[in-house]
Design a binder for this molecule. Structure first.
Ligand SMILES: [Mg+2]
Length: 310
């Protein structure tokens, strides 16, 4: 990949570049907002893409919000959004089980959002909330629920040793589905505290279960399959915008979407320079086709396209 700085292109080439897409896949945190703060002009850019007739999808690995909650968040930060445009891992986990005609029960290590998405899909579940070690009480035995036929691991602030025991025990049966929402190792934060991300929990359960989970989020195949098969997106006319190279950009590289990195989140230009020189193909796949400092910097080009279209 070439990692071309959009700002070094002549204006006409940028307009041609933008016109070549009919679908925009945008990651959320680090691209559109940072936690609850919208990034400057990002909503104008996304809303203008929409006005110019492009399909928009919000593609996020976050497993702690439902599609409806993400629509609400988008709207509160001035991004137009509809439920069908939200591709999030809590919903994909439920969707995956539906695609398997799943009728049994799920043991969930994860958030209430996963529970809500399972409820919407009419799938029963257990495991949400604290499961702690009680002093003088054995945690080595528990009563297995015979209906459990899937384990989902997402972000769970109540992650515990008893939950590990239960998940690994259910997963001892090779017929039990094993779903991980995403593999992000850490949450991006701006101080010196390390906050383990969902990937750390998924790897932990994979380790004790001695099995690999099927991963719902970027950069893995399932999300791309849903976009291509259910939403009929055409990779050659799709732009994937992200801030994290080992998820967003790798996702685009693997499944044929043109990639645009913004520098308002996790990955930096010095990372890209290092990966460009890497001897490992997977690291070279982290290099985006294009980059720009911030999504909001696209606004001047989109405004020109809007004028030309009117
Ligand atoms: Mg991000």
């Amino acid at each position: 990949m070439s990692a071309i700085n959009i700002k070094t292109l002549i204006r006409q080439d940028v307009l041609k570049f933008l016109n070549s897409f009919d679908t925009i896949l945008s990651d959320c945190d680090g691209v559109l907002w940072l936690h609850t703060t919208p990034l400057p002009n990002a909503s104008d850019v996304l809303n203008l893409f929409r006005k110019l007739g492009k399909r928009i999808f919000y593609v996020t690995n976050n497993s702690t919000k439902t599609r409806d909650e993400l629509v609400e968040k988008c709207k509160s930060l001035q991004f137009e959004a509809h439920r069908d445009e939200i591709i999030c891992t809590a919903n994909l986990s439920a969707r995956y089980l539906q695609s398997k005609a799943f009728t049994k029960k799920v043991f969930v290590i994860g958030s209430k959002a996963i529970a809500k998405e399972l409820e919407l899909a009419d799938i029963s579940y257990c495991g949400i909330g604290p499961d702690i070690i009680i002093e003088n009480k054995s945690y080595h035995v528990f009563e297995k629920d015979p209906d459990i036929s899937a384990v989902i691991v997402g972000f769970d602030e109540h992650f515990s040793y008893p939950k590990m025991i239960k998940a690994a025990t259910y997963l001892n049966d090779p017929n039990v589905h094993f779903i991980g929402t995403n593999t992000d190792e850490r949450f991006p934060i701006d101080n010196d505290i390390v906050i383990p991300g969902t990937g750390s929990l998924v790897r932990c359960i994979e380790n004790c279960a001695e099995r690999k989970a099927i991963i719902m989020g970027k950069p893995e195949e399932y999300m791309a399959k849903v976009l291509k098969e259910q939403y009929k997106i055409e990779p050659t006319s799709t732009l994937m915008i992200g801030d994290r190279c080992n998820t967003d950009i790798l996702f685009g590289t693997r499944y044929g979407f043109t990639t645009l990195l913004v520098l308002t989140g996790v990955s930096s230009l010095s990372n890209i320079e290092k990966w460009k020189q890497s001897k490992q193909q997977e690291e070279r796949d982290f290099v985006p086709n294009y980059y720009i400092d911030a999504l909001g910097d696209m606004l001047c080009y989109l405004k020109q396209l809007e004028i030309e279209a009117s």
